[in-house]
Design a protein around this ligand. Sequence first.
Ligand SMILES: NC(=O)C1=CN([C@@H]2O[C@H](COP(=O)(O)OP(=O)(O)OC[C@H]3O[C@@H](n4cnc5c(N)ncnc54)[C@H](O)[C@@H]3O)[C@@H](O)[C@H]2O)C=CC1
Ligand SMILES: O=C(O)CCC(=O)C(=O)O
Length: 436
Amino acid sequence: MNALAATNRNFRLASKLLGIDSKLAKSLLIPFREVKVECTIPKDDGSLATYVGFRIQHDNSRGPMKGGIRYHPQVETDEVNALAQLMTWKAAVANIPYGGAKGGIGCDPSELTVSELERLTRVFTQKIHDLIGIQIDVPAPDMGTGPQTMAWILDEYSKFHGHSPAIVTGKPIDLGGSLGRDAATGRGVLFATEALLNQHGKTISGQRFVIQGFGNVGSWAAKLISEKGGKVVAVSDITGGIKNSEGLNIPSLLKHSKEHRGVRGFQGGDPIDPNSILLQDCDVLIPAALGGVINRENANEIKAKFVVEAANHPTDPEADEVGFNIFSPCLLSIRKYNVNHCSMLQILKKKGVVILPDILANSGGVTVSYFEWVQNIQGFMWDEEKVNKELKTYMTKGFKDVKEMCKTHDCDLRMGAFTLAVNRVARATLLRGWEA
Ligand SMILES: NC(=O)C1=CN([C@@H]2O[C@H](COP(=O)(O)OP(=O)(O)OC[C@H]3O[C@@H](n4cnc5c(N)ncnc54)[C@H](O)[C@@H]3O)[C@@H](O)[C@H]2O)C=CC1
Ligand SMILES: O=C(O)CCC(=O)C(=O)O
């Protein structure tokens, strides 16, 4: 299922559970603004190249819109729309005062030089600078981007609007970035996983973890989990996969990955086909790369007991469902019975796999982005201990709030997170008098 259809499906299920009428549901679903820009830059060899950029702003009822900028060949309208909508729900689950947005450029950053990336980022910023703003829409890093990308956006934006550190988060510390933002999504994944395991009478230590993706999120999650005594038995990235049933030495793997730009060739384990990573034997599977990777083709073969969604929408609803589509009468006339009936058909659930959904599991990144924005606005820097302590408080509260919604609506964690989020955004929308 395409990313947008999948996200819309989760939204519709949640609004039915909440009893939201179709008029309000429509105004919650339709994006505020969708921008597509052509970015033409000179390449280092003197030729010209054009890349398509997007900024999609989904909702601002709870505050300025917030969300990352992704550089990846698969960036296109529906994907960015889905990611923007997920940001709205994620910020609401975390209970931070933001709406949702997402952006990106359809390009392969590994094929561009640093100076080409800088020119592309600056042209993209020139095209969207009047649509973003400290109280309007605040970008951040996502796949294929990082602190340097944010520094270029900050600099280009500041040429038009004066020095504006709060225009982006996830920027370098020297330009007003927050201590702890780099690690925040991975650290949030650790806190959320701890909360989940504790509910099941388990701790991080003693569990075997498999992680897909060894970039910002995957590598920090691996580091923090292994420091807590978790055994990371396999990881993969775009370059390859590596496995060691005794547990990989994560500090050595991090060093190798930095030096060789990927995990391939690491000597502390056996190489595996990266396409087999999700099927490796483990207790906790952490997809931390692309969307839609757990799908009806592989869901039956997943051996993990827990899936912690560090990536955005890694689980295709077709992995949750068999012969179940969003137009089925079962969903159109949904009642609690029908949701349970439909969930009976879910592959992963039938296997007893517990899924910690993305909008909760990876909300640590945007939460510390919020702390960064607050620090910039106040002109006062927090120490890292305070950042990490506050992050733990937010992640633990998010988990508790989601569990309460699960109890109220007798639903799984994904629907618990969606009902929590949609309810909060719906309340803000109604209070503002924005119902369509
Ligand atoms: N950076 C952040 O703060 C946040 C990121 N996320 C999500 O986490 C996921 C990862 O993002 P980042 O770590 O920031 O990106 P990144 O660009 O730092 O790392 C991406 C990783 O995925 C790997 N990868 C790409 N294609 C792959 C494939 N086909 N198979 C295996 N590995 C593959 C890359 O080699 C790299 O290791 C994305 O879904 C992103 O939207 C979610 C919340 C916040
Ligand atoms: O830090 C942020 O503002 C957004 C991070 C992001 O893009 C995400 O959570 O998917």
